[in-house]
Design a protein around this ligand. Structure first.
Ligand SMILES: [Cu+2]
Length: 616
């Protein structure tokens, strides 16, 4: 059955709707690739070298990694010791929350097809924690998604939890704390899965984290942001890979702030003329939009989040919070020292030192010269993503024939008690998330009591639901393969875009724009649309996200600005609840409870800090 366009309008106006965009001949074709790209030169079993990066043993860049899940038989194991320490990344001493003593923390590295085991020990005396593996699909593995109050209780002080997942994708991501604003305090690090690439390079120089940074802790700033009694005016400065210089030593020694230790230092990269380097650019900021560039160099973009793309060349790349871009930079400029610029976008939010969030690229690694290079990049005036026309997935997925149910949701910002800002969507179910750390929603799925999931989890059901449960799907058909969510940003707060991030899936972006959705699908891109795990909802505009209902579980969908997610801008996507336990997604749970809950519920009454945000 194909509903007419008018029916679609009527249904969408009702808020949540189900309709069939067109019936597929074969329901299993939901992630079928279009005709594959050029495979010439790819020999099965060929070796991945600087001149054959598309190769990867018996698999390669054309393998459909959503359908082809393979196992190398290898397990890589990591230990993260989470702690609160003194740090001074820009020369000014303050408190940080980190793993293994560094910020960013240690890189978790695996090969495509490996199993990954991460042992996390919480040595923060006053906080719980939980570690999320950003962008990881966690197919039939919801139990290790690391979202407190959703898939687990937080790990209390002194306790440990072992996370396990399969590296079914490859590329660049990060692990980070999902507990309140801990990741902004430094609790994050690279997650690199080696695999093929869409263009050749000589050397992988690893990840480049970019963030904003201040001299107060983010938990202290949150105390102000939470009540919103002042306008948040942005951070003091920012960091590149946990480093920057500051000017706190300017004051005479006798007037100097005792926390001012030194001037800090810049992150540096060494280039050898003629080589091609891969860099993994990551935005882990609290509230900063970046337009990354290196003076004197262009770059080839080869992946957006964990999705390899058809390479394109540019002089800068827009990176929103939670997003990653893999780029190749050729050392083809005159040998010299050059600024590497995070490219803080001041039109989105102010910053105390927007042009100083930089690193240095040196052709002579022993040089100590301050670069004199200038940027020719034209800075964007809005807080948007790279153009969807540029970011074309290498593995093409055609969703023209998907069966999909459309839900249209308005995002609004409301003040409670004239004091607390709450970002809301999904109003029928509660509007904003305020999860209960002690009762993760997944526990209610395991116990078969969906009705017990608190309304404050902002539950958004999709996919198949058990007829006996109290959580009917937004979709009324039992044969739907995809869900489609139209988000419209209608808040009175101008100019702020929201990087929306979904756990458990890559989504497709069928449309987005700075205007309201016109209520039609005319402008939607169904043929190989943009696909990734974090994409911007433009200010006072709309975005249309779609994802296949192939991963039963409870998946957070949230804005990746920590202030906003703490202010409730999140939903609990309840995907096909009747299939969750049978899929193995909770196989390591004991039948009497979610991980850590017994220990958490014993410790939490003694905690010096009580939950004062959404919890995630
Ligand atoms: Cu937001």
């Amino acid at each position: 059955m194909t509903l007419s366009f008018l029916s679609l309008l009527a249904l969408a106006a009702a808020g949540a709707s189900a309709f069939s965009i067109g019936r597929t001949a074969n329901p299993a074709s939901r992630s079928a690739a279009l005709t594959g790209r050029d495979t010439s030169g790819l020999t099965p079993g060929c070796k991945n070298t600087p001149t054959s990066r598309k190769c990867w043993g018996q698999y390669d860049i054309n393998t459909n990694y959503y359908d082809t899940i393979f196992h190398t038989g290898r397990t890589v194991e990591y230990w993260l010791n989470v702690e609160e320490i003194d740090c001074a990344p820009d020369g000014y001493k303050r408190k940080c929350m980190v793993a293994n003593g560094t910020m960013p923390g240690p890189a978790i590295t695996a090969d495509w097809g490996d199993d990954v085991v991460v042992h996390v020990t919480n040595n923060i005396a006053t906080n719980g924690t939980a570690i999320h593996f950003h962008g990881i699909r966690q197919l039939n593995n919801n139990q290790y998604d690391g979202t407190p109050g959703v898939t687990q209780c937080p790990i209390p002080p002194g306790e440990s939890m072992t996370y396990k997942f399969h590296a079914s994708q490859y590329g660049t991501s990060m692990w980070h704390s999902h507990f309140s604003v801990q990741y902004s305090m430094g609790l994050h690090g690279p997650l690199v899965i080696n695999g093929p690439a869409t263009a050749d390079y000589d050397e992988d120089l690893g990840s480049v984290f970019m963030t904003d940074w201040g001299h107060e802790t983010e938990f202290d700033i949150w105390a102000t942001v939470a009540t919103f009694n002042v306008t948040f005016d942005g951070a003091l400065t920012g960091l590149v890979n946990g480093l920057n210089t500051g000017n706190c030593t300017d004051a005479p020694a006798n007037e100097r702030d005792p926390n001012c230790l030194n001037e800090g230092k810049k992150f540096e990269l060494a280039f050898e003329a003629g080589k091609k380097y891969r860099l993994r650019i990551i935005n882990i900021a609290t509230e900063a939009w970046f337009q990354f560039s290196i003076d004197g160099h262009r770059m080839t973009v080869i992946a957006a989040d964990l999705v390899p793309i058809v390479p394109y060349e540019t002089d800068s790349v827009l990176v929103n919070m939670g997003q990653r871009y893999d780029i190749i930079v050729e050392a083809n400029a005159a040998p010299d020292d050059y600024w590497l610029r995070s490219g803080f976008v001041s039109s989105c939010i102010p910053n105390g030192a927007p042009e100083n969030i930089t690193g240095i690229v040196r052709y002579n690694k022993d040089s100590t010269k301050t670069p004199t290079s200038v940027s020719t990049v034209v800075r964007q005036a809005f807080c948007l993503d790279e153009s969807a026309a540029s970011v074309v997935p290498w593995l093409p997925i055609d969703v023209t024939n998907m069966n999909g149910g459309i839900s249209s949701e308005n995002v609004t910002g409301e003040y409670q008690d004239k004091k607390f800002l709450r970002w809301s969507f999904n109003m029928a179910e509660g509007g904003f998330m305020w999860t209960n750390w002690s009762e993760p929603a997944l526990g209610d799925v395991v116990s078969g009591n969906l009705g017990a999931i608190p309304k404050s989890d902002n539950v958004f059901p999709v996919g198949l639901s058990n007829p006996s449960t109290a959580a009917p799907s937004k979709n009324t058909s039992s044969e739907l393969d995809w869900t489609i969510l139209v988000l419209e940003e209608l808040t009175p707060i101008p100019g702020i875009s929201h990087p929306m991030h979904l756990h458990g899936h890559d989504f497709v972006v069928l449309a987005s724009g700075i205007a309201k959705w016109d209520g039609t699908t005319d402008a939607w891109q169904f043929k190989n649309p943009l696909r990734r795990d974090t994409a911007v909802l433009p200010p006072n505009g709309h975005i249309v996200l779609g994802w296949p209902l192939d991963n039963p579980g409870i998946w957070a969908l949230h804005c990746h600005i920590p202030w906003h997610s703490s202010q409730g801008f999140a939903a609990t996507i309840l995907e096909s609840p009747s299939l969750i336990t049978g899929s193995g997604a909770t196989s390591d749970w004991t039948k009497d409870g979610a991980p850590q809950c017994e220990k958490w519920n014993k410790w939490y009454p003694t905690s010096p800090y009580k939950q004062d945000d959404s919890g995630i």
